[in-house]
Every structure is written in C-alpha cells, then in structure tokens.
Design a protein around this ligand. Sequence first.
Ligand SMILES: Nc1nc2c(c(=O)[nH]1)N[C@H]1C(S)=C(S)[C@@H](COP(=O)(O)O)O[C@H]1N2
Ligand SMILES: [Mo]
Length: 527
Amino acid sequence: MGIVSTFRKSLARSALGAVSGLLAGYTALAVAELAASLIRPQAGPVTVVGGAAIDRTPAAVKDFAIRTFGENDKVVLQLGILAVLGLLGVILGIVSLRYRRAGAAGVLIFGVIGAAAALSRPDTQGVADALPSVAGALAGAAVLYLLAGKLNSGSSPAGAEADGSGWSRRGFLTAASVTAVAATGAGALGRALIGKSGQGATASRAAITLPAPASAAPALPAGAQLKVEGISAFTTPNKDFYRVDTALVVPKVDADTWRLRIRGKGVTRPRTYTFQELLNRPLIERDITLTCVSNEVGGPYIGHARWLGVRLDDLLKECGVKAPSQGGKADQLVARSVDGMTLGSPVEDVMDGRDAILAVGMNGEPLPFDHGFPVRMLVPGLYGYVSACKWIQEIELTTFDSYDPYWVKRKWARKAPIKTQARIDTPKPFGRPTGELVTVAGVAWAQHRGIDRVEVRVDDGPWQTADLAPQANKDTWRQWSFPWKPTPGGHNLTVRATDGTGQVQTEERTRTIPDGASGWHSVFVTT
Ligand SMILES: Nc1nc2c(c(=O)[nH]1)N[C@H]1C(S)=C(S)[C@@H](COP(=O)(O)O)O[C@H]1N2
Ligand SMILES: [Mo]
C-alpha cells in the first residue's frame, strides 16, 4: 500500500472521527434540551453557560456587544457557544479514535461545566437544574464511545473493508444515522415541550382585560408628533420598543400564579399581592419615556409608551414604608425579577410623588413577554437599570450601604438619573438632503425635568433655536425641528437641549459607563 493511500485513509478516518464528535455534541444538546423541557427551559446548558458568560462579561465588553450586535447580541453569544462546542466536538472525536475513553471523558467534563453553570445561576431551582447538562453529557459520551468503537472494530465480517483497514463502514454509518435521527427526535420533542411550557402564561395573558384607569393620561397635545419624514414615532409601537436585558430565555410567567412580595427594612406590614389584587386597585395611566444607560449619544435605546399600572408609593405606604426624608430606615428599593435580576432605586425618588408605577399595561395591551409580563416597575427620570425591573416578583427595602444590585456589582453607578440628551433623527448621518429648505428634526429628553429648549448649530456657526413640539409631560421626550437653508457642500449639524431646570446639556463626551453617555449629537451631511 502506497504512502498516499495510507495518508488518505487516515484522513478519511479522522474526518469520521470528527463527525462522531459533532454527533456526540449534537446528541448531548438534544438530550439536554429534552431534559430541560421536562425540568425548566432556563436550565438548558447553552442558556446557563450563556447566562454565566453574560454575568461575567466585563461591562465594557457587554456595552460593546450591545453596541455592535444590538438586540441580536444574545443570538451572537449563543451561536458563539455552539461554534466553540462544535470545534471541541471535532477535537474530541479525533482524540477518541486513539483514546476512546479519553474522548468520552472529555464530553463528560462539559457536563460538569454545564452543571456548575446551572447551579451558579441566580434563579437556580437547585440540583434539578444540573440534570439537563448531566443527562446530555452522559448521552454524548455514550455516543462518542460507541461510534469510536465502530471506527476501530474490524471484526464485523459483513461490513469490514475488503482491504482489511480494520473498521466497519456499514456498522459506523448505521450507528451514526440512528444517532442522528434519535437525537433530532429528542431535540424536536424538547422544543415542542418547551413551546408548551409557556402556554399557561400565554393563556393567562390572553385572558386579561385591562380595567379602565381611575386616572387616565391626558390626550397627547396636538402636534406632539411632528409631521416630518424620518422623525421617530412619538409613541413607540410595542413591537418596535427597544429591548435590553440579560435573559437568554424570555421568562413566561403565568399571571394567575404570579405573586409580588414586599419586605425588608422598615416594612412594618410585609405583604404579598396577586395580579388580580393589583388590577382591583385604582390604576393610573401615564406617558413615560424609558431610556437605557447603554444608549450612546444619538443611540436607539430609548422608547416611549403609555403605561397602565398601580402607584408604587401607595403600595409601599400600605406596607408601612416611609421615605428616608420622613424618617424611613431604608434608602434603597431593590426589585428582584423571576430570573434573579436585581435593580436598585432610591426610595426617596420612588416616594417623592412622581409617577413611579408597577405597570401591567403598555400602549393599551397587557405587557408583552419581552417587556416584563405580567408586571414591571418604572420610575420616571431614572435609567432602566436602576428602576425598570421586568418580570418583577419581589421588592426588598434595604440600604445602599448594605446591598449592591446586579449592575452595581459590575461597576455601574448606584444612582443614575437620566442625562439630558438630544438626537437628530433626520437627516441621517452622511445623508444627502436636497431642496432649498431642509428640515432638521429629532427628539430631546430629560425625563422628570422636561425639555425647555433645543438649539441647532451648523458647522461652527451660532446656536439657533429650534421649534419645539408641545411637551406631553416632563417625563416624556419632546420633538423638535429646525428649518435649514443649506449652502452647497458638506456640513456638520449639531444639537443640544436645555432641560426644565434651565441646565444646558453638557458638551463633555463621556462613555456610557458608569452612569450614562453625555455630549452633543452631530451628523455630517452633504447638500
Ligand atoms: N428582569 C430584568 N429587568 C430589566 C433588565 C434585565 O436585564 N432583567 N434590564 C433593565 C434595563 S438595563 C433596561 S434599559 C430596561 C429595558 O426595558 P425594555 O427591554 O422593556 O425596553 O429594563 C430593565 N429591566
Ligand atoms: Mo439599560
């Protein structure tokens, strides 16, 4: 036998080893998916490892991911995990050709990593969460061991290669096909069951009829929405509302079994509320604009909605809570979600009379699952990460000294009022607007202080006052426009706002970390 032919045979065998490794990984994930569907969708290995990765990602990298991949950041992360698993599967498959036990043992190590990640999740339900990873790894290891055996055995007379290279092609192909089919079946069954597991929650949402508010939001003032091509919608449709959270699997909470607990320092009457109990209270409807601290100057992570909910200060008073200025012992309110996220807000802000709410409705419908169904918190004027807990299940009164919530542990500021910002929506960066008159327009926001003035500057020219649309209320953004007669050529358009306290938006550029980006938004256009 020639050297070339020997080389080819060993290459072919390595390729089959790689296929075995990939099949082992595929089986492991499929079996884990099936096990997770029986235990908890959130306990699947890719989800727990992804969640652990998110929690350990430095703030700067996370910010980069949000910036670069936007709301696809989670898909990118999961594809990354699958790519790494695939590569390691290939390596283990090739290793198993020589060291059959070592290959299988390698797969088991992944089970241990998955199990450890599952148990370290803040929302872990205990050892059961480790089972999907363990079951998947056992199945994967068994598959690799079996297939490696087929690639090494030459004893089967029917399938052995005539040249006596020592393995059974037919035996391998049969085992590999059966494995692929079985794993695909297990995975599909798991998916189907996971789909079903959210059905109770979906049905509970469909059954909700939101009551009319006791205090309705005033109609938006005529003209709050400017009729300018390319400007943001004043009210962001739910499907377009930005989404920022750490949840790889969106929690599907059944409103009928949902409970909210209020407890902690200075809570003289701890209480648990059901969803129906919240709906039975007088509801308020409010226009509130929500912004993410990760929003860059000119960025998209801001949205406006008309929310329906109960006043949070009423609930807190019912439980005996007092604001610090009234002698209350707790200065931090920590909201905890069903997925273990924690967000801390100043008790003083929540109880100072502003419209801090536990929202049940968003733009006329129950909260979408992505936005926190059945109940989320909102505090006008504060960035989302210190106020807007989605899928909330507990409110704990504590102090800033004694407890750091999730993002604060990751170097974000303890307190984060929203910074004054203005954004040019139109013309777009590097746009080529035509016509003698170009309408420059956009939005400006300084929630809970309101917007008093917006100015536009062309190149290094003087600041010129823009036309303001009416302000809906000081917790919302405000639209503005500026009629511009351009001269031919390239121009830099810059905008800045002045808030309701008379403070002009700072020019100083800061990063989003630790308490939100500042600086003026500019776009370059050619006319
Ligand atoms: N449970 C939970 N709530 C959360 C978050 C999260 O990761 N988990 N992210 C917060 C952040 S950073 C923001 S900006 C808002 C975003 O709300 P949205 O996705 O409805 O726009 O939700 C907040 N509430
Ligand atoms: Mo955020």
